[in-house]
Design a protein around this ligand. Structure first.
Ligand code: MGD
Ligand code: MGD
Ligand code: MO
Length: 768
């Protein structure tokens, strides 16, 4: 494998890249699904499982993304990438004790990440044996005791950090945070620290809620939809259905992205069988604006400025009643917009004034506007400011608290939003802690804990020595691969609760455990019988998820059972009824109903066929902000120009054929790439300026804020349609370039979409 990890399958096949001219989804997706099912020998069980996915009566929630299910609950709303993700979990392959006996950890380190996961599902708990450099079997009880002894032995509970990836169910999440807090720490870093922390903070400050306010109904009635920094066709494919429906009813759809992604073209929605049969596609865009990387704030302010200019002659351009009644700070915001020069907005957005005005016209003609965004907006220094600018713009025309309008962030992992709702928060509020303390009779710590980037720093300086990963692949997903690895290796103990072998099992502490758990598709039987868990989607709908498949191994435990095992071993005097909670998850839901805001009568409401929607005060125009109103913000425009003309701003993103650190293949269908991940996409003029031809090998050198440099060698430079001065490549391998110390001062999010790099031709040592 390469030094940086993140590799797909090793292939001898030639790489290629050409423009993709087909609609998104449609037959390309259908063919790809057939291939995946074939590869995993899942032809028979696969389709049967798919029919139970996102099903209103007793199915399991698709672990693919957090897009909500159709409101009528009846559509067979499958997507290619959801299917791939489910099949990934259902593989018949196994990583059992014989596998670990046959390979040392040192040997496994040379494997690609694809090869590691491709070994199959983990089957029993394993502990690292330093004398032989092998993982060897350990009983569940001995594993729990090892963790308990280690945690009890720390001088302070804050010397441990408890990571989660956003797949954990609400019930497991609740137990996990309860355990961490009863033990005595708020060190609860999660993957959300790397994706939507900025959105949460911005929406909280502006509207008094950390979530979007729009739901699917709003997507179905909006007259204008703005989509910023999302690669929907790959990462939220079910959004394509909403976009094509919107197009057909005459809505305007504006895509704002440095790249023209597949969702900004045409699509064939797979469940529309007639369209599939006739190969009939529907456009999913009415305007594409290729903003420069990081230029969204300038564009949004430009739209606001144009709307305010229009209001000088046409007062109806603003919703003055709404502004007067529900908002705070409008006058200051108006002044700021007036004082900002068009020249600056043009320069910083990378768009022409005419383009910005075109978007403004769409916005001011629409009576119901919805703005949606994802990582292209958040993984920047000014991510919080940009999300607040989205709210500013919505407020101008009262696009909040009514149908067809509002902010609608696209969340990542299928339950990342539920994780936060149920207590994964390193900065818990007083009200949350008070209620938790009263309901659970614990005394939670009040000081803030560590998030992802601060956990990395603490691992490196030795102030955290026990790392527990409840899902995810911290070693690869976190910034600064080398620094993160150094931190994990310095640990006394690392614990990874996982379904498949991954890099985080190999980059381990002095002692290390791999604890295998049930996946979402699998039957979870406890003392009271088969159990269901619940999840919350991007639009605040909470519903049950029930696995039905026979577990990959009889030795697997559920995540709640693993957490309870660790808790009992760590907290000998605990009064929390851990065993009883695991026997019957209804009991977990009962305590959640008492401890969490909005979960009253949880067990009954969650059994409604489509679940229930968590109360959204901002949706009802109730703002839990200091002023009791929606707050305008007045951030300065960031200056995006790099110090030197030679520097490109590099953003890291996912290919079509990967799920975060899980790489399915080296192809990126919609971007026309085959058999290549070690690439950097660049503007043709930037390539020419560096004397680069298509496919030339280059070295990429990133300079961090502190001046330190990081290098990736022998990547291929490919021409791609994007603004000059920008570049793009894939996560997670490019995390090598993201300094762990370079994170947003507003959100602590690593600057994964804003890396300052120099690209130079690779100079091979002459061989003789
Ligand atoms: N199949 C699949 N689905 C997934 C995932 C997956 O890996 N695979 N991951 C899940 C997770 S955890 C998450 S968080 C989401 C991520 O979903 P996305 O946010 O779509 O993820 P990325 O692939 O990082 O794509 C970022 C997009 O933002 C654009 N962009 C980059 N910089 C800027 C900018 O400055 N401004 C604007 N306007 N656009 C910009 C990029 O060109 C790209 O289109 O997807 C979730 N769904
Ligand atoms: N450069 C760069 N880096 C990024 C990003 C980027 O855009 N650019 N995006 C960031 C974002 S948005 C995110 S969310 C993170 C992702 O970070 P993580 O969530 O940490 O990573 P994943 O790749 O989603 O985790 C995959 C692993 O989860 C385990 N797993 C799968 N299913 C289950 C399950 O049901 N239970 C348990 N316990 N484990 C399971 C498997 O063992 C698998 O190997 O990466 C971040 N890193
Ligand atoms: Mo994410």
């Amino acid at each position: 494998m390469s030094d940086q990890g993140g590799d797909g399958p090793t292939t001898e096949a030639e790489w290629s890249q050409k423009d993709y001219h087909h609609p998104s989804a449609g037959w390309g997706a259908a063919r790809s699904v057939a291939k995946v099912l074939g590869r995993e020998h899942a032809i028979t069980s696969g389709p049967r499982a798919m029919l139970r996915m996102n099903h209103e009566n007793g199915g399991f929630d698709c672990p693919g993304c957090a897009w909500p299910d159709a409101i009528d609950g009846l559509k067979l709303d499958l997507c290619e990438n959801g299917v791939k993700h489910v099949v990934w979990e259902m593989t018949p392959k196994r990583a059992g004790r014989e596998f670990f006996a046959a390979h040392t950890v040192a040997e496994l380190e040379s494997w690609t990440d694809f090869a590691l996961e491709d070994v199959g599902r983990l089957t029993e708990p394993m502990v690292y044996d330093a004398t032989t450099d092998h993982y060897v079997p350990i009983s569940w009880q001995a594993a729990f005791d090892l963790i308990g002894t280690e945690l009890q032995g720390l001088d302070s509970p804050d010397q441990a950090s408890f990571y989660t990836s956003g797949r954990l169910s609400n019930e497991a999440t609740f137990l996990y945070q309860l355990f961490a807090r009863e033990y005595g720490t708020n060190n609860l870093p999660d993957c959300s620290n790397m994706c939507h922390e900025a959105s949460g903070r911005a929406l909280q400050a502006a509207l008094g809620t950390g979530k979007g306010t729009a739901d699917l109904k709003d997507w179905e009635t909006a007259e204008a939809i703005f989509v910023l920094g999302v690669n929907a066709a790959s990462n939220a494919p079910r959004m394509l259905t909403a976009l094509s429906d919107a197009y057909r009813r005459g809505a305007q759809i504006v895509h704002i992205n440095p790249l023209v992604e597949a969702a900004a073209g045409r699509t064939i929605v797979p469940h529309e069988f007639v369209d599939m049969a006739l190969n009939r596609s529907t456009p999913t865009s009415t305007l594409n604006l290729q903003v420069r990387v990081g230029g969204d704030l300038a564009l949004l302010r430009g739209i606001a400025k144009a709307v305010l200019e229009e209001a000088e002659t046409d007062p109806k351009a603003l919703d003055e009643v709404f502004l007067e009644r529900y908002t705070d700070g409008f006058a200051a915001y108006r002044k700021l917009c007036e004082q900002t020069d068009w020249a600056d907005l043009v320069e910083q957005s990378g768009l022409t004034e005419a383009d910005i005005r075109r978007a403004a016209t769409i916005y001011s003609r629409s009576r119901r506007t919805l703005i949606s965004w994802c990582l292209g907006v958040t993984q920047h220094e000014h991510g919080v400011d940009t999300v607040r600018e989205i709210v500013n713009l919505l407020l101008l025309r009262g696009n909040l608290g009514r149908e067809g309008a509002g902010p609608s962030p696209v969340r990542g992992h299928s339950n990342v939003q539920g994780n936060r709702t149920c207590g994964i928060d390193h900065r818990p509020g007083t009200a949350f802690l008070d209620r938790l303390a009263a309901a659970c009779e614990i005394d939670p710590p009040r000081h803030h804990g560590l998030d992802t980037v601060r956990t990395i720093a603490a691992l490196r300086d030795g102030s955290v020595t026990v790392f527990v990963g409840m899902g995810g692949n911290f070693a690869l997903a976190a910034p600064d691969t080398a620094a993160t690895a150094e931190g994990l290796r310095a640990c006394e103990l690392t614990v990874q609760v996982s379904t498949k072998l991954n890099r985080s099992h190999l980059v381990h502490g002095r002692q290390a455990l791999i604890l295998p758990c049930l996946g979402r598709t699998e039957l979870d039987v406890q003392a009271a019988g088969p159990q269901s868990v619940s999840v919350e989607d991007s639009m605040s709908m909470v519903h049950l998820s029930t696995g039905r498949k026979r577990p990959a191994s009889p030795a697997l435990l559920s995540e709640p059972a693993i957490i309870a095992g660790i808790a009992r071993a760590t907290l000998p005097d605990t009064r929390t009824p851990w065993t009883s909670y695991v026997e019957d998850y209804d009991r977990i839901r009962d305590i959640m109903a008492r401890a969490l805001d909005g979960f009253e009568d949880f067990n009954r409401r969650v059994r409604h066929p489509l679940g229930f929607r968590l109360r959204q005060p901002a949706r009802e125009l109730v703002f839990r902000t200091e002023s009791g109103r929606a707050e305008f913000s007045t951030a300065d425009l960031p200056d995006l120009r790099p110090a030197d003309d030679d520097v490109l701003i590099l953003q890291t993103m996912r290919s079509h054929d990967q799920w975060n650190t899980t790489i399915y293949s080296d192809n990126d269908r919609y971007r026309g790439v085959k058999n290549l991940r070690t690439l950097i996409l660049m503007n043709a003029d930037d390539m020419q300026a560096r004397g680069l031809a298509q496919g030339d090998l280059v070295d990429i050198t990133a300079t961090a804020r502190d001046g330190s440099t990081r290098v990736l060698r022998e990547y291929r430079a490919l021409r791609y349609d994007m603004p000059r001065g920008n570049a793009a490549g894939y996560m997670p391998e490019m995390n090598v370039l993201v300094a762990a110390t370079d994170y947003s001062t507003q959100s602590d999010q690593p600057l994964m979409k804003n890396i300052h790099v120099r690209v130079t031709p690779t100079v091979r040592e002459a061989s003789n």
